[in-house]
Write a protein that binds this ligand. Structure first.
Ligand SMILES: [Zn+2]
Ligand SMILES: [Zn+2]
Length: 147
């Protein structure tokens, strides 16, 4: 755990990726929603990126930097809205609008750690994804149904 190591904003800026990773991150930020590697590749072709491996390598670097997350359920990638978080997070994905909320709650992590410890399960990675309808979309549906 490295929660005590506060990084100064200047250091954070220095971590901004360059090259292909920087280009991929720019597309992800501009898109603003989960996007598949192939759709990413299509958007990068004008920049001269034509190999899927280039995109995957850039994505891996961005995921390792925790700037991007992979959503297993959608087989897609999304920009992390937080400047940094050290723990894995849980995602709530809206099927109606594609919005992704990160649930950054230590209780989830603690529960997983405790369970693994009790069961002797060696965790290599975890992906908790809640698929459903977000609050704004639910309100829209409720309004439409009231008509
Ligand atoms: Zn995140
Ligand atoms: Zn929604």
């Amino acid at each position: 755990m490295s929660l005590g190591t506060e990084t100064k904003p200047a250091e954070a800026a220095a971590k901004e990726p360059v090259g292909n990773a920087g280009r991929v991150l720019a597309v992800l930020r501009e898109f603003g929603r989960p996007i598949s590697a192939y759709d990413l590749l299509d958007r990068l072709r004008p920049d001269g990126v034509s190999a899927p491996t280039t995109v995957y390598r850039a994505l891996k670097a961005l995921i390792d930097m925790r700037l991007v997350h992979r959503l297993e359920a959608l087989n897609a990638y999304v920009v992390c809205p937080h400047p940094r978080h050290v723990e894995d997070v849980c995602f709530a994905i809206c099927e109606a609008c594609g919005r992704v909320d990160e649930v950054d709650d230590q209780r989830l992590r603690r529960f997983v750690d405790d369970w693994c410890e009790a069961e002797g399960f060696l965790l290599s990675r975890s992906a908790v994804e809640l698929i459903g309808t977000c609050a704004p979309c639910r309100r829209t549906v409720a309004r439409d149904e009231a008509r």
